[in-house]
Design a protein around this ligand. Structure first.
Ligand SMILES: [Ca+2]
Length: 373
């Protein structure tokens, strides 16, 4: 038998959450690998809402014996090829309370620091974090030591190995309103001039009530706004929209996404009449310029349309996207929109500009994609 000396990639990943959506959120994670006595861990940041709960973090430790009473090491060196090897995650940043899904993926590389390739061996753990630092989660289906996976059986060739660990937290629903209170009390305020907005039994998409917004002159506004918890960097906004009138000379905006303090807009979606054809358009800032993207499609008079807008704040990795009836129609990526405010904390729904009449219903705001209902 040929004795093979193995080395293992030793690394540490530093996580930087962008003060951010969502897309899918999306919080930015940046990482770097350093030589150290731990294997790298990684966290998907996109589902974590900055400013709400701390992101869970942890580091992996290893043992040849699957016994919680023995010493677990943060290095795999000295574990011989073909030996058993078990893994667990020690939570190093407490504060996150809730269900998580942890993905463990074994990767290999023929040269340390080179290209990492998935070996095909992975597993998923469903567990609940208590919020306590030092909580231990084993690489088993439910996070207990029972059934802890023997990763050593997959160290079958001379190579560098690492176990990539991703902690996924569920999306956070930020707001919902189907206007079923019959008024706008679920919202934080109105933004109205040359118009009016109210909830009522206006041919609702769902339930008894919806919301009608009407402007009577150019550059009017009839919108209700919702203030989001501080710190949002990535959000999805889903609204059902029905145009009782279609735009003529002026645009009709059902949704604005902005920062309420700076009053700067990350993205807006509107319908415009272009030589008799009504089309969806998004406008968004990028650096010092204001940009537009046109779709080939547009709303039909008197029909419900499901609009979903994604906005991600970022410095070079900002994004905006528009989905209509479940189909992605428009997107812009690689944006620098951090100058519009420290977070995305305001959503306005109703009718901006006009004149015209729009009915809206079934509003939902989340840190993850929502989709039609
Ligand atoms: Ca409703």
């Amino acid at each position: 038998m040929i004795k093979v000396k193995r080395k293992y990639k030793l690394g540490l990943i530093y996580l930087v959450m962008v003060t951010i959506i969502v897309t899918t959120i999306i919080v930015t994670v940046s990482l770097s690998l350093n030589e150290s006595e731990t294997f790298p861990w990684q966290i998907t940041g996109r589902e974590v809402v900055v400013g709400q709960q701390p992101a869970p973090k942890g580091e992996t430790t290893y043992s040849q014996i699957n016994d919680e009473n023995v010493a677990w090491s943060n290095t795999l060196s000295n574990i011989p090829l073909d030996s058993e090897c078990y893994c667990r995650l020690n939570i190093t940043q407490g504060g996150y309370v809730g269900d998580v899904t942890i993905d463990w993926t074994l990767e290999s590389s023929t040269d340390q620091g080179g290209t990492w390739t998935e070996t095909g061996f992975s597993m998923t753990t469903q567990t609940t974090l208590s919020g306590e630092m030092g909580q231990i989660v084993y690489a088993s289906a439910d996070g207990t030591i029972t059934g802890n996976h023997n990763w050593g059986q997959h160290y079958t060739a001379s190579a560098w190995y690492r176990l990539r660990v991703v902690i996924n937290v569920p999306p956070v629903g930020l707001f919902k309103s189907g206007y079923e209170t019959g008024d706008l009390t679920e919202w934080d305020g109105k933004w109205v001039w040359r118009g009016s907005i109210s909830a009522g039994p206006f041919q609702p998409h769902q339930g008894t009530y919806s919301c009608k917004a009407e402007t009577t002159g150019a550059w009017g506004a009839a919108m209700a706004f919702k203030r989001l918890p501080a710190g949002q960097q990535l959000i999805y906004v889903r609204v059902y929209v029905l145009f009782e009138t279609l735009p003529d000379v002026y645009n009709m905006y059902p949704i604005y996404i902005r920062n309420l303090e700076t009053n700067k807009q990350f993205v807006g979606v509107f319908a415009r009449n272009v030589a008799g054809k009504i089309i969806w358009i998004i406008n968004y800032g990028n650096g010092g310029s204001w940009n537009y993207k046109n779709s080939a499609k547009g709303p039909s008079l008197g029909a419900w349309h499901c609009l979903e807008v994604m906005a991600k704040r970022g410095s070079g990795d900002g994004e905006v996207r528009l989905f209509v009836d479940g189909e992605e129609l428009l997107s812009a990526i690689g944006l620098d929109n951090t100058m519009f405010g420290p977070d995305i904390n305001g959503v306005l729904v109703g009718l901006g500009e006009g004149p015209g009449i729009i009915v809206v219903d079934c509003v939902e705001i989340s840190t993850a994609p929502i989709g039609p209902e």
